[in-house]
Design a protein around this ligand. Structure first.
Ligand code: FES
Length: 65
């Protein structure tokens, strides 16, 4: 699903970037350009970013257990 229409960035692309090490909106902007035009997506970008970071954290916790 598209999160940023202006830059044609999907939630999958954001999740992949987070798995590759991006952990802030600025880093997502730098690697995907997301949020760089109208800015209307910034709240949704934050939600997808937070969700992806939580998922990674949960996976790391389950591996450590
Ligand atoms: S929808 Fe992302 S910058 Fe416009």
């Amino acid at each position: 699903m598209y999160v940023c229409v202006c830059k044609a960035v999907t939630d999958s692309q954001i999740k992949n970037a987070v798995e590759s090490g991006a952990c802030t909106r600025k880093q997502l902007f730098n690697c995907l350009g997301v949020g760089g035009d109208c800015g209307k997506c910034s709240r949704h970008v934050k939600e997808v970013l937070d969700s992806a970071l939580q998922q990674i954290s949960a996976n790391e916790d389950s591996l450590a257990a």
